[in-house]
Each structure stands twice: as structure tokens, then as C-alpha cells.
Design a protein. Sequence first.
Length: 336
Amino acid sequence: MKAGNLSALDDSKPGLGLAVEGFKPAWWITSPHAQSIWAAFLRRRPRLPLTRERLELPDGDFVDLDWTPLARGPLILVFHGLEGSNHSRYAMGTLKAIKRHGWQGAIMYFRGCSGEINRLARSYHSGDTGDMRFLFQCLKNRYPGRRLAAIGFSLGGNALLKYLGEAGNGSLLSAAAAVSVPFELDRAARQMEVGSSRIYQWYLIRRLRAKAKAKGLASPGELRRLRTFRQFDDRITARLHGFEGVDDYYRRASCRQYLRGITVPTLIVHAKDDPFLPPEAIPSPDEVSKTVQLEISPRGGHVGFVSGKTPLRPRFWLESRIPRFLDRVLVVNRAP
């Protein structure tokens, strides 16, 4: 298979578990940090009409969803990364691609990420599959004849893959895709403490501390001392969500150990130069089940994958790659 030849990828056989190179970065944006930052902050924010729905959860809390206009066919759910929102360009771009493909899509905002703080002290975390499982069941009850698929980015991808591995043959999804996943949370957290990756940690920790302060989870002075993901997850995340500590949280919430249990056709896309994860934490093809197609690109950054001939007309490769995979898988697995 020739590197960079998208036509060579055979989506009709998602069980091959192959590592392939199907992405060529734009010549004007080749570094992993440039790829990551351009896609997250510099691209023009996609615009599309969305309808807000509030889903009440069994524990008395809520999550919000934004739906694209009504369309027939599969329902495609999107799960964002850490501290994502309706301002996340990659999420809105994905929803726009779903709408353009003729499907109906929705993004589920994790607790406290929709612009309104959630009711409970607890929030969300990398291994929290309960809310998405509840959402899938609600949609199956509401639309019994429609197939469900899901796309997860970063933290949302970790949770989605963990759900698929936990559910096994009981999964309510017909297909899935996950991008730039922190497969091993401990290694991901350590990666964020070195080099230029500390910039991302500083940005995200500031947002996490602000939410913790608004909920009164710790004193302002104590929160200021939480400067790394390990420190924040040990003091806040693990305690709020029933883990013994940060090591217990990272061990139990990491999705890498669940990949062999996935039975649903699933695409995993990751870049070796992802600044959020060291290359040794990327799973090999023999670590995933036969229903998983693992695509590892040498470049792409974190949820970047920007291509195109000119900065004036960038192309966001994921927004064509993922729908193409889902389309072929959902057609093959079309319900009678």
C-alpha cells in the first residue's frame, strides 16, 4: 500500500486493523504544534444551524446536546475533547461535514461544557462512559429503527473506545471513529509536563481550575498550586469521581486495555507527532480487535490533520476521512 494514497484504503473491510499513512500535511503547516493550533484556534469557525436539547440524567444532573437539522438515515454523535464546547472548531466542522453528507448529527457536551455549569459537584473525566451509554439508550428508545454511530476526539475518543470495549457485543452503536486519543493517561499527563507541550497543559489547567473555583471544590490558594494534570487529577478529578487517587484513575480510565474487546467497526486515527502523547503509548495493530482499523500518520499533530495547497484554502482531512469510513461501514451493515 503506497503511503499517502487515500484511494488505497479499503473501508469495506474495517476488520483489518492495519496501520496506514493516508494523510499529507500542508507544506505551509508541517510542525505538530502548528497543525494542532491552526485546527483549534486559527481556522474560521464553521457555522451551521443547531437546535439545543437538554438531557436529564438519572442522578439529577444534565447534559446538553446540539442537533443539526432533521435528516433521514443514521444518527451520528460527536464527543469533544477536554474542555471542548460549541466554540470547538473541530467539533463544529465535524457536525457540518455530517450535515453535508445528508445525515443528522449531534454533539453531546460533557457535564459543565455547554456554557452552563452542571448541577452536581462531580463533572466528567476521561473514562466516564455512563453519560454516553445513557444517551445511546435514550436514542435507541426514541428512534428504534435508526442506526447510531459516534465520533470521539481526544478525551471524548478515549471514553468512546472504553465504552466500546466495555460493551463488547452489547454495544448500541453500528460504527465509531476516534481521533487523537490519549490511550494511556499516565503517559499523556507526563508528556504534557515537558517541552512545548506544557503550553497546552497551562491553557487547559487554567480552565479546569476556574470551574473548580466556581464550584468551591478547593480554596483559591490550593487551586493555584495545582499546575499539572497529575496534580489536578489527584486532588480534584479522582476524589470527585470515586477513584483512590491519580494512579488509580489513570489506570482504570485509560482505553488502551479495552481495545481488544471492541466488536463494532471502528476507525482510530492518530499522529505519531501528537504533542499530547508520546509515540510509545500508541497501540500496535495486534493490540486492537479485528473490527478496528488503526490508521497512524507520521504527522498531523493533535486533532489537526490540516492539508491543502494554500493557507487561504486549507483542507481539514478528518472531515472527509471519517464520513467516508462511516458511510461505507453503515452501508455494509445496513439494517434490513
